[in-house]
Design a protein around this ligand. Sequence first.
Ligand SMILES: Nc1ncnc2c1ncn2[C@@H]1O[C@H](COP(=O)(O)OP(=O)(O)OP(=O)(O)O)[C@@H](O)[C@H]1O
Length: 418
Amino acid sequence: MILRTLRLRSFRAHDETTLELRPKVNLLHGANGVGKTNVLEAIHYVCLTKSFAASNDRYVVRQNAPYLEVEGLFEGVRSTETRVRMVYVPSEGKKVFVNGAPLDRLTEIVGMLPVVVFSPEDHALTAEGPSERRRFLNNILSQARPVYMDDLMKYRRARKQRNEVLRQYKKRPSPPPEPLIEPWTEKIISIGSRVIHRRNAFLHTFREYLVDAYERIDAVAEEPTIEYDTIGGFADGTELEDIEETFRAELERKRDHEHQRGTTLVGPQRDELVFRLDDLEVRRYGSQGQHRTFAMALKLAQYLYLTDRLDTQPILLLDDAFGKLDARRTDVFLELLLSDVIGQSLITATRRAPFAHTIDFSRPMHRSMHVTRVDGAARVTPETHSEEGDTVNGGASGESDEADRQAAQSPATETQQT
Ligand SMILES: Nc1ncnc2c1ncn2[C@@H]1O[C@H](COP(=O)(O)OP(=O)(O)OP(=O)(O)O)[C@@H](O)[C@H]1O
């Protein structure tokens, strides 16, 4: 799948920006805070209806603007070109239009335009709490199987209702009466078990993708594994009925505890993924390098998995992803971007130079763009090239060289961005 054109209106630092993209590597370079990441965020919005950075959509609307709009023209989604437009008005919410027709439910778009993000926040995947890992799991599974996302949302609603009942009885001497809690208990058992069943089956397949991805990044690789820590610790291939039975038994066992705490204590909301390299648990014992390689391998495995599952290559968004990589991993990654393994990618970076050594931006499949600020708004200028591959277009090339020169002189620039 290829994103041909992207248009942003009142999106963060962007007033009105249109980008023509190329099928392979698209580089957005410029100084800190000019609005490079905003472009990747906008692509994430149009593909998955939400940001990968902001938790509240209101902050994404350009200051003092009444609404935001992002439009993408995609090739290779269906047989013809697909135009997807997303509009967000703070007082009215979001609307998505596919080729002019509004979608009844926003989530219908998820999985149609697959996207994978690499960003400095990826270190949280291996280093921080379990919610980061569940989010990762949910992101892949939601893109791969729409029914999973439906179940996840139904489960959240049912658990919320059940928690409300438990909360009302928290201070009372006896737990909630059966007729009040039972319907919600049955709902969370049936839907929650389906979520666990899918996660279990997915991880069984995904482990192979992880091994493959890890080997591609690190030739001296230890063997990466993922252990699924859920209620009952199910073996691969566990039947749905067995999961339901364990779920019910655990809820029974925790009945008094749930009454005391006034909340649901059993279910996929407490799942954890344990990452290991051979027998070493990465979160507790991994070196900085191992954390980095593992997080990269997870994202690459996500990319490879979605490619196979959806039969199309996702768009790869690399937000400042090269800032902390050593030279060897940078080379490995750039080679991957140029290979058939990866389709279209968008990279943000403060400097163009490190990429220009490897990527020939004079070729029609790649594009280099310089991002600056003009009158307080972000401006994206595509760079054209001479036969020899030098940038030749007016102000942009001069500014770009200047940015490279400044960044090279100031070691702080490199460290600040990460
Ligand atoms: N709602 C908004 N309205 C206007 N400007 C905004 C809004 N939200 C963020 N910005 C501006 O967008 C800029 C950040 O853009 P972005 O994160 O894309 O930077 P960047 O070019 O990726 O920088 P870096 O290299 O530091 O990561 C900031 O200058 C910020 O003030």
